[in-house]
Ligand binder design. Structure first.
Ligand SMILES: [Zn+2]
Ligand SMILES: [Zn+2]
Length: 819
């Protein structure tokens, strides 16, 4: 079976992918007792329907790790899940079908939308050659998955880690749901700072207050001043009168007040922002709900029922009429918006379900320290997030498409109830409560809220290891080996998973965390359809094939940093792969009549410490084998550290420069020559280099490596039985005995002389294979002595009849003269 003239990626890729499936080489065997396990807690993506270049990058890293670890002798579990619930699906379905579908119909539409998208993404993931074991696929919409998530909540509930309480929460009036801090985004915005005159109780004087949110005046419950602000010292303890509402509120001193903002006196409304929440609780202030869950003003009297966004203008008009609006100045603000719908969010008092984060910070920190993070600085991102925790995690969402919270509460006293975990899954919106009535006699109400999507996805490492049903498997596999994930979800996915794993198992979830950056468009911004800087993976594949795209992933720099997509880099990757194919074709021709088994027998019989010596290796052979040994070391170290950039750069530099540019030229005269022994030594080295490089390249470019490997029949030479694919072979071990610094130095000098010879010939418009009668080489004594190591090869390769060697004492570096 000869290699084709060119590598036809589009024809070969689907065939090889089907063959790998048939051979089952990506299958995980939990009963394998011979190999250590390597379990990857892969991200369950949200099924958008399209696997864009960013996803390609993430899964590229995962697949490099999976394929590499298999070659290193691990039993690898590369599962794949789908995170189906949550706002994104609901938002998309709402956009398509409008708001107001009946609950069940809406859920059905969400489900259909999800399933269709998953199907098309799977096709793309298979095409990319990701070595996923599809037998370990999971969907968060499965009743089975619901059951496990509910078990996790019931267990935490029983430990007092999940509870229901009234508390101010971040709230999206547009989505009509509580959200978490991690879902809030900052949006720089221009607005007006309004200076208002408040009255002072028992005085004719006025108090100037600046606010960007006059529409919340009706919920003003206090005025705050800094205790060290001389202007207001006397007022502390007295009362201010809120304009429009003629209501008296206390004037309170608090260190958090910024004296330089506005007039230095600020109003507290429940709630304008996070600071208001802090002040209201710190000073036990009355709480007036400023609006309802849909963002309509309430408790104001005159403005009730007006949307918050429309209320501002109306209130300002009223303030003007009353003559209390002193002035308006433009100002910059940072608006908090919901990341999904991009609409402004509010703080609202609401009864929600929480998971207890506060008090568990030290455990999370300790676990973060026990895990190895790549790149190392990403660990700090998690630690910083833990340091900044203010409240517990609000885990309930007032939405439809999600996992029901398995709880009931008493209408009268608020006591909470759940089922025994054997009875799960349940849907309290439909199912009967676990007991007929509360202890107090009150009726039980089923919780209608669903789980925050991070509740679903924060137990993935447990689920893939068999939790909570298969204890034996769980013991074998947990904690998992690796969590690969994006740098954008450290404070959510990495954080919540670490927390939940600790609460449910007492253990950290992973040994290693590998963080990838985002892929940016040519404009340097994160790729997104709305920005139009978007390149689809399938567009790249259609042009270059999968392997070039995968090489680009490895080539795109260190993991963790954001990466700009560039066609230039993809094309470079492709030209390397073409080089690899063409070099292999040369080696294929050169190996005609060569028997590797025979060479190995000869080496074994010789029992030399330096394998290959028995064959009569030339100095150039020793040079390339020495460099190969070092390359294997380098690639192995890099792969162990998830440094795919380091690995691919080392491989490309060796293969392209040392092997193709130099060594292949060095051996041509031996391959085409008559000396059988010399030819065999060269064949042995060619074979060693090519097979090793194919294996080093296999995790990153699986298709072309496999094509050459099988096409040249290397599978039949493996000592291990039953090898049918390069992906079943062992990762090369560096043969340290072959490291040979003196051979490397000699051959580098020889290549220097050859370069000079080629330059000379090019300058004289001579053909490169045209013979030269004589060259002069001068250098110091040691350099000239070394010349004898490579003189015969230099003559043969450069077609030089005579080399005149001249010793120049204390010379630095060789000089070549040709006339
Ligand atoms: Zn929203
Ligand atoms: Zn009760």
């Amino acid at each position: 079976m000869a290699l084709d003239k060119k590598f036809n990626a589009h024809e070969v890729e689907p065939k090889l992918a089907a063959r790998w499936d048939e051979l089952g080489i990506h299958k995980f065997h939990v009963d394998n007792v011979k190999k250590p396990f390597y379990v990857i807690d892969t991200p369950p993506p949200f099924p958008t329907g399209e696997f864009h270049t960013g996803g390609t990058l993430n899964w590229g890293y995962i697949d490099f790790a999976a394929r590499y670890k298999r070659m290193q002798g691990y039993e690898v579990l590369f599962p794949q899940g789908w995170d189906c619930h949550g706002f994104p699906t609901e938002t998309k379905v709402e956009k398509k079908f409008g708001k107001g579908l009946p609950r069940e119909e809406f859920r059905k539409k969400c489900l259909e939308f999800t399933q269709g998208n998953i199907a098309s993404m799977k096709v793309q993931m298979k095409q990319m050659g990701y070595s996923i074991d599809w037998a370990h696929e999971y969907y968060t919409i499965d009743p089975e998955y619901h059951r496990k998530v509910q078990i996790s909540l019931v267990r935490m509930f029983k430990e007092g880690l999940v509870y229901r309480q009234e508390h101010p929460v971040l709230w999206c009036p547009y989505c009509r749901s509580a959200i978490t801090k991690a879902e809030a985004e900052d949006l720089p915005n221009k607005t007006m700072l309004n200076y208002l005159h408040f009255g002072l109780d028992g005085s004719k004087e006025k108090l100037l207050i600046a606010t960007t949110r006059p529409e919340l005046l009706h919920a003003c419950v206090a005025v705050m001043v800094n205790p060290y602000d001389e202007r207001y010292e006397k007022l502390v303890g007295s009362k201010a009168i809120v304009p429009l509402y003629n209501k008296a509120v206390p004037i309170i001193a608090d260190q958090d007040v910024d004296k330089t903002f506005g007039s230095g006196a600020v109003m507290v409304c429940t709630f304008g922002d996070k600071q208001d929440v802090i002040w209201a609780y710190r000073h036990h202030l009355e709480i007036i709900d400023a609006c309802d869950g849909a963002g309509f003003i309430k408790n104001s009297g005159k403005f009730d029922g007006v949307q918050l966004r429309d209320a501002k203008e109306k209130v300002i008009t009223a303030l003007k009429e009353e003559g209390v609006l002193v002035e308006q100045r433009p100002t910059d603000q940072v608006l908090k918006i919901h990341d999904r719908c991009k609409k402004p969010i509010e703080f609202l008092r609401s009864t929600q379900w929480f998971a207890k984060l506060k008090g568990n910070e030290d455990k999370i920190r300790a676990a973060a320290h026990q895990m190895s993070w790549t790149p190392a600085y990403t660990q700090q991102l998690l630690l910083d997030w833990v340091d900044g925790l203010e409240w517990d995690w609000c885990i309930s969402r007032q939405r439809v498409f999600g996992i029901p919270l398995p709880f009931w509460y008493c209408e009268k006293c608020g006591k909470t109830y759940t089922y025994d975990e054997k009875k799960l899954p349940v849907d309290p919106a439909k199912d009967k409560p676990p007991v007929a009535a509360c202890e107090c006699g009150g009726a039980l109400i089923g919780e209608k809220s669903i789980c925050d999507g991070w509740v679903d996805s924060s137990i993935t490492p447990l689920i893939i290891c068999g939790w909570p049903d298969n204890e034996e498997m769980f013991k074998k596999l947990f904690p998992t080996a690796l969590r690969p994930q994006g740098n954008d979800i450290i404070r959510t996915w990495a954080f919540y998973t670490t927390y939940r794993s600790l609460m449910l198992t007492g253990e950290k979830p992973w040994k290693d965390v590998l963080v990838n950056g985002m892929v940016c468009g040519a404009d340097g911004k994160k790729m997104s359809k709305s920005l139009g800087n978007y390149v689809e993976a399938k567009e790249v594949i259609a042009k270059t094939g999968v392997d070039a795209l995968r090489q680009w992933i490895a080539l795109s720099g260190s993991t963790g940093k954001d990466i700009v997509f560039s066609w230039k880099d993809v094309n470079y990757a492709q030209s390397f792969l073409n080089k690899m194919w063409n070099a292999s074709k040369f080696v294929e021709m050169a190996l005609e009549g060569y028997s590797h088994a025979e060479a190995l027998t000869q080496i074994a019989e010789g029992q030399s410490k330096k394998p290959g010596e028995e064959l009569g290796l030339f100095v150039t052979d020793k040079w390339i084998l020495s460099k190969l040994a070092k390359l294997v070391k380098k690639c192995t170290d890099a792969m162990n550290q998830y440094d795919y950039y380091g690995a691919i750069c080392a491989l490309q530099s060796f293969f392209w420069h040392d092997f193709c540019d130099n060594y292949l030229e060095d051996v041509k005269h031996r391959i085409y020559g008559e000396d059988a022994r010399s030819k065999k030594a060269a064949q042995y080295a060619l074979h060693e280099v090519l097979v090793t490089c194919l294996k080093l390249n296999a995790p990153i470019s699986p298709y072309i490596s496999e094509s050459i490997y099988l096409g040249m029949g290397f599978d039949k030479e493996e000592s291990e039985e039953g090898v049918q694919s390069i992906h079943q072979t062992a990762w090369p071990k560096p043969v340290v005995e072959l490291e040979n610094d003196s051979a490397e130095q000699a051959v580098e000098r020889m290549h220097f002389v050859l370069t000079e010879v080629r330059k000379y010939k090019a300058g004289k418009a001579m053909a490169l294979n045209e013979p030269l009668a004589r060259i002069k080489v001068s250098g110091n004594e040691a350099e000239i002595r070394e010349l004898s190591d490579y003189e015969p090869e230099l003559k043969a390769v450069g077609k030089i009849a005579l080399i005149e060697a001249i010793v120049v004492p204390n010379a630095e570096g060789l000089k070549v003269e040709i006339d």
